[in-house]
Design a protein around this ligand. Structure first.
Ligand SMILES: C[S@@+](CC[C@H](N)C(=O)[O-])C[C@H]1O[C@@H](n2cnc3c(N)ncnc32)[C@H](O)[C@@H]1O
Length: 247
């Protein structure tokens, strides 16, 4: 998924309750962090505002473009503390290590194959300091999720337009993935001005699988939550939120 069309709508529809969770871990870990799949720098900017320098990598030039444009509106110290780089989370090499690495907004689910997941975890391991913290969240891969689902959301834009996002998902049980069709419609005074479509595929990863892969790579799982309020993880939880440490 390139986010070619989704990038400019990402922040409009992308508000999430994860900022305090990742900010707290960043502050506990020191003054430097690495975000994989930094996107529009939604989380990175929030962490930079409390004094932590964030290196953010992403493989979508469209998302990085939005992030760079947003940074121009931030103060000079915040701009200095967010360092954006184009890169793939499965194969990056930064030549430095971090006390804290994080992957928010279910971005790890973009690792569609088991090989992708292993490569990403190995790259994280290589870039994390000994005893450093690695935190990320996944969508819950509930086996009873319906074969197909859809949801629609509507937001007003700052320039008086209406944005409507429709998402259709379809389960691929064999590949253990969800295919996504995202449609963005932009209206003004009831007239359709623009329509965009973006296709993507994300993995459905079980708790047992991810814990196994983490341990195999050399991480110790410290906490597993069901959401960012640190509620206990259960099979029916909306999310899998993991905090791990490099052994
Ligand atoms: C759901 S968005 C999350 C953006 C941001 N982290 C946030 O929390 O708002 C997922 C991001 O991951 C990026 N991404 C997907 N696969 C990637 C990969 N293999 N390497 C680097 N970035 C990737 C996408 O381009 C997109 O910007």
């Amino acid at each position: 998924m390139t986010y070619r069309q989704a990038a400019k709508f990402y922040d409009l529809f992308g508000s999430k309750n994860d900022l305090e969770f990742y900010k707290e871990l960043a502050l506990q870990s020191g003054n430097k962090a690495l975000e994989l799949g930094v996107g529009t720098a939604r989380v990175a900017i929030s962490i930079a505002k409390v004094g932590v320098t964030v290196v953010g990598i992403d493989n979508s030039v469209y998302m990085l473009r939005v992030a760079k444009e947003k940074l121009t509106r931030e103060s000079e110290p915040v701009r200095r503390r967010v360092i954006l780089k184009k890169g793939d989370m499965r194969s990056f090499e930064l030549g430095q290590s971090f006390p804290f690495i994080y992957i928010p907004a279910s971005t790890f689910d973009h690792n569609v194959t088991v090989e992708d997941r292993k490569q990403t975890l190995n790259c994280v391991f290589k870039h994390l300091k000994k005893n450093g913290t690695f935190a990320f969240d996944l969508e819950q891969a509930a086996p009873d999720k319906p074969e197909k689902s859809w949801w629609i959301d509507r937001k007003e834009t700052e320039d008086g337009k209406t944005g409507v996002r429709s998402i259709f998902t379809r389960k691929n049980t064999l590949r253990r993935t969800l295919s996504l069709d995202l449609f963005y419609d932009v209206y003004k005074n009831g007239k359709l001005l623009e329509r965009y479509h973006e296709y993507g595929e994300v993995a459905t990863i079980s708790n047992d699988e991810i814990v196994g892969l983490l341990e195999e790579t050399g991480f110790k799982v410290v906490s597993i939550y069901g959401d960012f309020d640190k509620s206990e993880y259960q099979k029916g939880s909306a999310k899998i939120v993991l905090v791990t440490r490099r052994k």
